[in-house]
Structure formats: structure tokens, C-alpha cells
Design a protein. Structure first.
Length: 70
């Protein structure tokens, strides 16, 4: 139980430190969740996002269209 006592005495004994710990933990969890979900979304939709399609669109807009041959 010395580990739990150390954690309690250093993080949860005073209201201000407990409040800071809760906010810092919530911020860290939110950052990790947002980063993970963004990477998952990008991995699932690779090739269909603007960042992937932009070079193709820009090449066609500049007249480098190879699909239309007459």
C-alpha cells in the first residue's frame, strides 16, 4: 500500500492538486483519443481524401490530362 499512499499524498490530498491532476489527465486522454481516431480515419480513407487526390486534380487542371485522347 505504500504506492497508493504516495499517489494519494502527492496528487489527491489537496483539492487544487487533485483538480489539476484531473484536468491534466482529461487533456491527455482527449489528445490521445483525437490523435488515434484521426490516424485511424486517415488509414481507412487513404486515397479518397483531398490530400491524396489534390496532385491528380492539379495535374489535370494544368492540362496534363492523359485520360482524354482524341
Amino acid at each position: 500500500m505504500p504506492l497508493s499512499n504516495t499517489i494519494y499524498n502527492s496528487l489527491f490530498r489537496r483539492n487544487t492538486t487533485m483538480l489539476f491532476t484531473v484536468f491534466a489527465t482529461a487533456f491527455g486522454i482527449q489528445l490521445a483519443f483525437d490523435t488515434g481516431s484521426e490516424r485511424l480515419w486517415s488509414a481507412i480513407n487513404r486515397g479518397r481524401q483531398w490530400q491524396d487526390v489534390k496532385p491528380i486534380v492539379m495535374a489535370r487542371a494544368e492540362g496534363g490530362d492523359d485520360d482524354e485522347e482524341e
